[in-house]
Design a protein around this ligand. Sequence first.
Ligand code: GDP
Ligand code: MG
Length: 369
Amino acid sequence: DDTVRLSDMAKQMGVKAQDLIKTLFGLGVMATINQSLDFDTASVLAAEFGYEAENVAFDEQEYLLPPEEDSPDSLKPRAPVVTIMGHVDHGKTSLLDAIRKTNVTGGEAGGITQHIGAYHVKTGRGEIVFLDTPGHEAFTTMRKRGAQVTDIVILVVAADDGVMDQTREAVSHAKAAQVPIVVAVNKIDKEGSNPDRVMRELSDLGLVPEAWGGETIFANVSAKQHTGLDELLEMVLLQAEVLQLQANPDKPGRGHVVEAKLDKGRGPVGTVLISEGTIRQSDSFVCGMVHGKIRAMFTDQGQKIQEAGPSTPVEIQGFDTIAEAGDEFVVVADDKVAKRIASIRLGKHRDKELAGKAKVTLESFLASR
Ligand code: GDP
Ligand code: MG
């Protein structure tokens, strides 16, 4: 709505709320500190203090593109997004590397794999997107920020070690997020490996293997010897089919930042995983408090592309500053709108920070008495 609170206005103008109230009284308007002033009143009042009021009392929603209903036939299948979790040293990084090496091939002509925080693999049955910042921290950080990008968790358990603390942690995180788990029993090449024990221990945590009448899919793998990887990917796609993952590609794109950094030659860059719609070169966007325009975008193979649809990870150039992992990326009408929304968000953020600081000061003042 187009109103401003008297107390907020006083703060913005750097005058006492009492002075605004007095001035309003002089103008024949009775007001309290919590009063909402309409734009005309605020303008007159501001003018009395030599300020010009700008009508910025708007909601960012007004500036976002209207939400579009996705009709059932606008929804198209999309690839599953997978995060690998598990106890330290059980083989998360090795598994990610092995899958990447065996499935990201020269198929995409001239491509050199880039680390952009996510990559996709092609199998005979379909594509899978992997977030390659393994670990629970990335998963929980994103979730805390309201970004649920993972569709399936691959839980890696070393067959020679069995269920450990971080295995249990991973299970509870995935369960809390209601993300299905596919178990990869790793290191089956090792002497003393005991996949049955892993099945028993995970059953105790409620992950009962299909072979034992449960619903959890298990696959035995060796990340070191690259065995069982195709079967694992097939199991992931099977699980994905059950989830019936879909999105509408025919609307302005949105997604989430999975990684962002400052690149020496290229400025702030960020990897965005598109969740719905399609993003295109030259689109204007907001991303948390950051805004920008897509100057260029690249796949995990380093290929320059012009557009990207649902479940595609792309590295984007054109952020005005560094975004944060978990930030929602939203295409908007134009640059002006992008800047406007980003500045509203920044303003709100600063207000919150100020409020936080003022409170601390007051509390410490009280405490010191
Ligand atoms: P992470 O901490 O979960 O990322 O585990 P890493 O991928 O770093 O692996 C930890 C150690 O286990 C490394 O020394 C790997 O070489 C080894 N490792 C990983 N996968 C296998 C496997 O399938 N078989 C064997 N024998 N060793 C493995
Ligand atoms: Mg690792």
